[in-house]
Design a protein. Structure first.
Length: 616
């Protein structure tokens, strides 16, 4: 590393340590101050113990009298008791401080990630790698930094005290011992950089290993794994990733062991030479027995303190590098976050609402990729049901994500009652939307939570929950559950009894998720992406009749590829290849004989019924 690079690395490390200490202080100021005081006291006790032992021996040897000897030994014993008590209290304080800091760090990180406005950042592999390291840093790095910073404080105080008491015996031995520790400090910094680079390099492998491990233990994947015989394949892939990770870790640890072993041997030889010198001086009468004792214990303590400083410096440097990922994620997430609280913006409603309009929308997921949507324009009038249809891959679900402000259009605009939503906080728009995603989440929680998450303001409102469940046609599902709305829809958190949780069928989950999307009864727009994909024909017909007659004047965008469900929609928008190729009513589009008519007749033929009869 060049001089400027080393200087920049030092500045970054110091800045990160300062921020980590700021997190430490904000999480537990009282415990931080107490732990610092204990560390100082522990450091002072090390040279004090060595000095008291030397004085006690000299008092006994030179015949100063019984009283003086007893007093000296009593002081030595009191110091030993104090050292033991301080060590025990310090361990407890360190554990408590680490718990509080880890809790604060985890909460800060997860809150920042939850505030990210869209999905683009969460789909970047580099950000996900950094996020994994940030999670590790948030849970482990603060504790290591606590140990490193306060351990260094303790070791520095101990070393300073030992240098003072040992200098009276031999300043040159002290100087040699301290100088012998400098190469170890340099090696510790090099090792920490090496280890940090290794962690960054193996993070993608860790994510792949976790993915394979999750598949092997996931109940939802169990059927395919067994039917297709994938268990051994996934196990082998997971093991391959683990072996690659182990190789990288082993290489770093081997280099560290070689460097540390050589330096430790050199330090031991230096210490042995110092002890030989001390013994010769004691025999010659140049130093006292107490001085020799202080030399033995003091040099051992000084080497231990120097080694502790080196270790703490290396651990602290490494933890600071890792904690830098924590800081980087917070900074990146803050730049992409929804403002809290949202800044005041124009109201969505106007005196004359005009609905939601997509105006010449083009969108690509990444620069250089082909557009997924090209010049898409259509309107969802107030109170109308608009169906968005097309083959798989036409871009229907992408439009849903754009309407929910999970992505921003590459070009074009989305206007709500004439106002461009790009000028509104994403949360202000989302509060006016109820949405059922095609890949909706199945929360391993109660029915009440699964429905109530659609509007956390109504999470405890039983009447509102029941109304949404009834509208979604899920009331018969809930009525049959052993504990009604308190039934856990999972066995993940239950006990040994099967009654502790219930597993729903795909269609039942679809109804529960639909109820969640309908809970927000003050929403202006309902977005339903394939709401009947898990339902049979009768249930599908009943659902759409419910939505047509009981949606309370809300606009509705119905996204589906099942065209039998959209005959009664106020308007149908046909998407193909990322473009709107047709718009109109059911009869109008059939008569036009275009893409909609082709898709409709193909589906009708697939169900074994004449297209004309199906159209009626």
């Amino acid at each position: 590393m060049t001089g400027p690079e080393a200087e920049r690395d030092t500045r970054v490390t110091l800045r990160t340590v300062v921020r980590a200490l700021g997190l430490l202080w904000s999480a537990a100021p009282g415990w931080s101050a107490g732990f610092a005081a204990l560390s100082l006291l522990a450091g002072v006790l090390v040279p004090l113990d060595a000095w008291l032992l030397a004085r006690a021996l000299d008092t006994v040897v030179d015949g100063s009298g019984r009283g003086a000897a007893v007093s000296a030994v009593a002081l030595l014993g009191a110091a030993a008791v104090t050292t033991a008590v301080v060590a025990a209290v310090t361990r407890y304080a360190e554990s408590e401080l680490a718990r509080r800091v880890a809790l604060r760090a985890k909460g800060t990180l997860m809150r920042a990630v939850a505030r990210i406005a869209g999905l683009e950042l969460l789909e970047r592999p580099a950000f996900l790698d950094r996020l994994r390291l940030a999670e590790q840093a948030g849970s482990g790095a603060p504790q290591v930094l606590i140990q490193a910073v306060f351990g260094a404080l303790r070791a520095a105080v101990a070393a300073a005290g030992l240098i003072v008491v040992l200098a009276a015996v031999s300043p040159w031995l002290v100087l040699l011992t301290v100088a012998g520790s400098l190469p170890a400090a340099v090696a510790a910094v090099a090792e920490s950089r090496d280890r940090a680079r290794m962690l960054w390099g193996i993070t993608p492998g860790f994510r792949r290993e976790m993915f394979y491990g999750t598949l092997l233990t996931d109940a939802g994947a169990a059927k395919e794994l067994r039917v297709f015989g994938l268990g051994d394949l996934l196990h082998d892939r997971m093991t391959t990733e683990l072996r690659a990770i182990a190789r990288a870790q082993r290489a770093v640890e081997r280099r560290a062991a070689l460097a540390q072993g050589g330096l430790a041997a050199a330090s031991a030889l230096l210490g042995a030479g110092a002890l030989v010198w001390g013994a010769v001086q004691a025999v010659a009468g140049t130093i006292t027995v107490g001085d020799l004792s202080m030399l033995v214990t003091g040099l051992a303590g000084l080497r231990a303190a120097a080694a502790g400083l080196v270790r703490c410096f290396g651990d602290g440097h490494h933890s600071a590098l890792v904690f830098g990922h924590f800081e980087a994620v917070l900074e990146t997430a803050a730049a992409a976050a929804v403002p809290t609280p949202p800044p005041p913006g124009p109201r969505l409603h106007t005196v004359r609402p005009t609905g939601v309009e997509l105006r010449d929308i083009t969108f690509r997921y990444a620069a250089g990729h082909a557009p997924v949507l090209r010049g898409v324009s259509f309107t969802i009038p107030p109170g109308a049901m608009v169906a968005l249809v097309g083959a798989n891959g036409a871009g229907k679900s992408t439009i849903v994500k754009l309407l929910c402000r999970l992505y921003e259009p590459t070009s074009g605009s989305i206007r709500w009652d004439g106002r461009d939503v790009a000028g509104l906080p994403p949360d202000a728009v989302r509060r006016r939307i109820g949405v059922l995603f095609q890949d909706f989440v199945r929360y391993d929680l109660t029915v009440a939570d699964n429905v109530g998450f659609g509007d956390v303001r109504r999470l405890g409102d039983e009447a509102a929950l029941r109304a949404a469940v009834r509208l979604a046609g899920a009331d018969t599902v809930v009525e049959r559950l052993p504990q009604g709305y308190r039934t856990m829809l999972s066995r993940v958190f239950g006990g040994t009894d099967d009654a502790d949780g219930v597993q729903l069928s795909g269609g039942q989950w679809q109804r529960v998720a639909l109820a969640r999307s309908l809970l927000r009864d003050d929403a202006d727009l309902m977005i339903l992406d394939e709401p009947s994909s898990g339902l049979d024909a009768d249930a599908e017909a009943a659902l759409y009749e419910h939505l047509r007659t009981e949606r309370g004047g809300r606009s509705c965008l119905l996204v589906t590829h099942r065209l039998s469900a959209v005959r009664h929609a106020d308007a149908i928008v046909v998407l193909a290849g990322g473009r709107v190729v047709e718009q109109g009513g059911h009869d109008q589009l059939l008569a036009a004989g275009g893409e909609y008519a082709r898709l409709y007749r193909r589906q009708a033929d697939g169900f074994g019924r004449p297209a004309d009869a199906a159209a009626g």
